[in-house]
Design a protein around this ligand. Structure first.
Ligand code: OGA
Ligand code: NI
Length: 300
């Protein structure tokens, strides 16, 4: 201390070596402001870019009792920039990765890689089951919009009043759902609409058929209505991987499966436009029922 002028000397309790640890704790995030000029990047998650964290999702105009984190399989991903059928504009959207946990991104990417491979194997089996070549569907996925979601359903004080996810059909091709052992997924029986639980099976995934498969196969494969009930004591996690086609795919019944006895039951629709229209209602309560696959049913 002999060389330092008295005027610089801190009181002992304020000195650098008092009450300190050598390394920065992990919780200190680095906030990257470099993309602040991009309006898309300012929000956390919204209907324009649904990637990332969100707890305001609505199904059929009622808010779901859950938190989600959405991750695109392709990063960046291309999607239509508006719901207007005349507008051919496209938007490039990116995943939104949190700083911590530091291995989150890698773990998610690894999971998505395996899930997508499995989804394609199932797709090929479905194709063979229809008497079609194994690769019949492959061209529809060149710019696939697939994504996966980490769902957390917190304990709910009134499980009698709210649902984790309201009744719906998945709007994709097929979904692969991983879940913990809590349970809560219910499915509506096709014959009478009665709801019953899907018991979690250890190390197994729940496979759901989505709207696209229903349309492609002219209702031969059927998309089941399902929902998630919550409970007042245990939180629940589930991770669905949604296999989605490219935005520019016109989804319509496959010609090979049609005949005079089996005329098309659906009009075609552009997948990307359907997807962005659906997203509009996922984020807020709309005054009207949002677009549903039945809107494309051919009236007979
Ligand atoms: C969904 C869904 C079921 C579940 O996210 O579309 O149906 O068990 N999830 O979390
Ligand atoms: Ni679902």
């Amino acid at each position: 201390m002999e060389d330092l002028d008295q005027t610089f000397i801190q009181a002992p309790e304020h000195r650098a070596d008092s009450n300190s640890i050598p390394n920065q704790p992990e919780e200190i995030p680095v906030i990257d402001l470099s993309r602040l000029n991009d309006p898309e990047d300012i929000q956390k998650r919204d209907e324009v870019n649904p990637a990332g964290y969100h707890d305001g999702e609505h199904t059929k105009n009622v808010r779901d009792w859950k938190e989600v984190f959405d991750i695109y399989f392709k990063d960046p991903m291309v999607m239509p920039s508006s719901t207007d059928p005349e507008d051919e504009g496209l938007r490039v959207v990116y995943n939104k990765w949190p700083q911590f946990p530091s291995d989150y991104r890698e773990a998610c990417q690894e999971y998505a890689g395996h899930a997508e491979k499995l989804a394609f194997r199932l797709l090929e089996l479905i194709s063979l089951s229809l008497g079609l070549p194994k690769e019949r569907f492959h061209d529809y996925f060149k710019e696939q919009m697939s994504f996966f979601r980490i769902n957390r359903y917190p304990p709910c004080p009134r499980p009698d009043l709210a649902l984790g996810v309201g009744h719906h059909k998945d709007a994709d091709v097929i979904s692969l759902l991983a879940q913990d052992d809590v349970g809560g997924l219910q499915i509506s029986r096709r014959s009478d609409g009665v709801w019953f639980p899907i018991r979690p099976v250890p190390n197994a995934l729940v496979i759901n058929i989505g709207n696209c498969m229903e349309v492609w196969t002219n209702d031969k494969y059927w998309s089941a209505e399902h929902r998630v009930v919550v409970n007042s004591t245990r939180e629940r996690y589930s991770i669905p991987f949604f296999l989605l086609p490219s935005h520019d795919v016109e989804v319509k019944p496959l010609e090979e499966l049609l005949s005079p006895e089996n005329p098309p039951r659906y009009k075609g629709y552009k997948y990307g436009k359907f997807y962005v229209s659906r997203n509009r209602s996922d984020f807020k309560k709309l005054e009207i029922q949002n677009i549903q696959i039945d809107d494309f049913k051919v009236v007979t």
